[in-house]
Design a protein around this ligand. Structure first.
Ligand SMILES: *Cc1c(COP(=O)(O)O)cnc(C)c1O
Length: 415
């Protein structure tokens, strides 16, 4: 069967079962699952020996440039269940001007702002909604700081699934509007994202909706995993020395760590792993606290606040998975201030013409800090994650004007 036929027909799938990430308890595939019986995230397991036999790098290279090229390592079994809005591969953008200025070797931004709904939440939600469709789910709900809700709304509408979304009351206007416009029913809640999460949890029994919260269903990780598959392929089946990842619920960091293990198991990469660096904001840094204290779990970070709303997550159900990946990789967790974030966004926008979201800015600020304190070497090839388009966020006002009815001083333009 050639690739084209394989896309259109029922394809062999390699999912064997699901596994509790904490206890290792096994769960059957093709059933609706939330958390494990221990209340921890479930991980999807594959027959990797089978994938190894079925897939070669050469075959993969022939496929269309979207995330479905990695289908052997994805959970969706039937092509007709894929709810696609065009999940293109995202580019690696180099920052040569800033690398020269800082004396760094190579700064690469994985620019996730190009995905449907303008953020990498699309990767996770396209997988969660496709699986929801496959499993016959008709109503999905989630708490969100904005981007996840937008992606859920878009994909749920595309799949004709009902969606209900709860955001903290100070969620940026543009996010609340895009969620509603893309077909969800959205509510502002006077609390933080975990307060919204409690409402979703309670509604499971009372309304009967499916809880699509970060890591409370098994497939968003599989979607976010494609970031790791993709970046390795884009680097010619290599990995960078360090990955700076703005960490909220940690789905992407956990997903990429899983991706690298799977790629090694199928013989596509070797033993080398990037150091995983979890970047948080000083106003909401539960992982940094737990990392520095040597803890396995991270208690709720009280009075969480930061302009980087995507990483304003005071408590994460996958905390131990984030901390485990960071430690196993020889990485670390670090917090940057909101001022440093704002300055970083400005520096990259002016210096390279790339408009990062605040969370993406945080990774650049953390990289600079790492160079300064020696935790990153100037010779390291680093990858920063820009998780959303900068255009979704409030931008600084501009006040400069020209009065065309008066004489114009053209010298000013030359300065
Ligand atoms: C959700 C989000 C994050 C955090 O991603 P996780 O994988 O959940 O940790 C970072 N930045 C932006 C823009 C986001 O929307």
């Amino acid at each position: 069967m050639n690739d084209d036929e394989n896309l259109r027909t029922e394809r062999p799938t390699f999912v064997t079962h699901l596994e509790c990430s904490y206890t290792g308890e096994r769960f059957e595939a093709d059933r609706i699952h939330g958390l494990s019986s221990a209340g921890k995230p479930l991980l999807v397991c594959y027959d990797l020996a089978g994938v190894r036999k079925a897939l070669s790098k050469e075959q993969l290279a022939q496929r269309p440039p979207d995330i479905w090229r990695y289908r052997e390592l994805l959970p969706v079994r039937r092509v007709q269940d894929i709810v696609s809005l065009g999940e293109a591969l995202t580019p690696l953008v180099r920052l040569p001007n800033l690398a020269r200025k800082l004396g760094g070797a190579e700064i690469i931004v994985k620019d996730e702002g190009r995905l449907p709904t303008g953020s990498f939440k699309a990767r996770g939600l396209v997988m969660a909604v496709s699986m929801a469709k496959a499993l016959g789910i008709t109503h999905m709900a989630m708490p969100t700081n904005g981007n996840a809700g937008a992606a859920l709304a878009a994909y749920a509408s595309h799949a004709e699934i009902k969606s209900t979304v709860f955001c903290p009351e100070d969620t940026p206007e543009v996010n609340v509007s895009e969620i509603e416009l893309q077909g969800a029913t959205v509510y502002r809640v006077n609390g933080l994202i975990d307060d919204c999460g409690k409402i979703v949890g309670e509604g499971k029994a009372k309304v009967g909706w499916f809880d699509a919260s970060t890591l409370k269903e098994p497939y968003r990780i599989e979607g976010k995993k494609t970031m790791g598959l993709e970046l390795a392929e884009q680097l010619g089946w290599d990995v960078p020395d360090a990955i700076f990842y703005p960490t909220g619920g940690g789905t992407g960091l956990i997903g990429m760590w899983k991706a690298f293990a799977e790629l090694e198991a199928i013989g596509f990469i070797g033993k080398k792993r990037p150091r995983m660096i979890a970047v948080q904001a000083e106003g909401c840094a539960p992982m940094v606290r737990a990392f520095e204290a040597g803890e396995e779990h991270a208690p709720r970070f009280e009075n969480a606040h930061t302009i980087a709303s995507g990483i304003r997550v005071p408590a994460a159900v996958g905390d131990f998975l984030i901390l485990r990946a960071v430690r196993e990789s020889g990485g670390y967790a670090v917090a940057v201030s909101d001022d440093a974030i704002t300055q970083a966004v400005e520096e990259v926008a002016r210096g390279e013409g790339l408009l990062l979201c605040p969370e993406g800015g945080a990774t650049y600020a953390a990289y600079k800090q790492g160079l300064k304190d020696g935790r990153v070497k100037p010779t390291d090839r680093v990858m920063l994650f820009n998780c959303a388009t900068g255009l979704k966020y409030p931008l600084p006002p501009v006040t400069r004007t020209i009065d065309r009815t008066k004489p114009i001083d053209f010298n000013q333009f030359a300065r």
